[in-house]
Design a protein around this ligand. Sequence first.
Ligand SMILES: CC(C)(COP(=O)(O)OP(=O)(O)OC[C@H]1O[C@@H](n2cnc3c(N)ncnc32)[C@H](O)[C@@H]1OP(=O)(O)O)[C@@H](O)C(=O)NCCC(=O)NCCS
Length: 197
Amino acid sequence: MAVRVLCSTGDGLELRTLHRGLAARIFQTVDAERGQLGRWLPWVHATQGLPDTVKFIQNARDLFLHGEGIHGAIWDQDEFVGMMALRMVSKADRIGNVGYWLCARAQGRGIITRLLGNFVGYCFEEWKLHRLELQCAAANERSCRVAERLGFRHEGLLRGARLINGAYLDMNLFSLLEPEWRARAPQAATNNATSRR
Ligand SMILES: CC(C)(COP(=O)(O)OP(=O)(O)OC[C@H]1O[C@@H](n2cnc3c(N)ncnc32)[C@H](O)[C@@H]1OP(=O)(O)O)[C@@H](O)C(=O)NCCC(=O)NCCS
């Protein structure tokens, strides 16, 4: 499967499909940044060697080919800086869950806010989803601000819902419905369509 650009903000920030050749780069990034990533992402601890990432990429490609999810690589000016995902919560109900992470040097520049804003449009338009969910630890203030900035509505607190490093974290549940997204950014659909290759 050739690498595809799934969405782009038009200024060098892109979400691209994965390929096997990226495994070493992804693993090295995760391995070098276990501290900051492992604080919030449960899979970091389970990623212990390159074969884990090779297997992850294979699974991600199968998911994508079967329309069951997306794991994309975030590229900023042709430099790999992180990942963004859509996992299907229910295909029948057209509900998905979005997630993301960035390497430390790329954080604090609005990359996730800008690209997720674009990706949300991609999920609603190309995958015909009706509802997107976003869960983040209540203590992960920066990630919660991403959700709020993009118009996700806070639905509640899932108490002790994620086990990370031996501790059960409270998770904020946010959601965005397709009509809300459309009403909020009527021009987003056009921008999204024109930015896609
Ligand atoms: C959470 C995380 C994805 C946020 O990524 P990010 O790109 O830094 O987030 P944003 O796009 O919101 O940008 C953040 C900052 O950039 C600043 N910024 C600069 N230019 C900006 C722009 N054009 N648009 C928006 N924000 C901009 C904002 O002020 C914002 O500051 P704040 O967080 O203090 O409010 C990142 O910190 C990360 O990967 N953390 C570790 C893994 C993780 O927590 N993943 C999420 C699990 S739910």
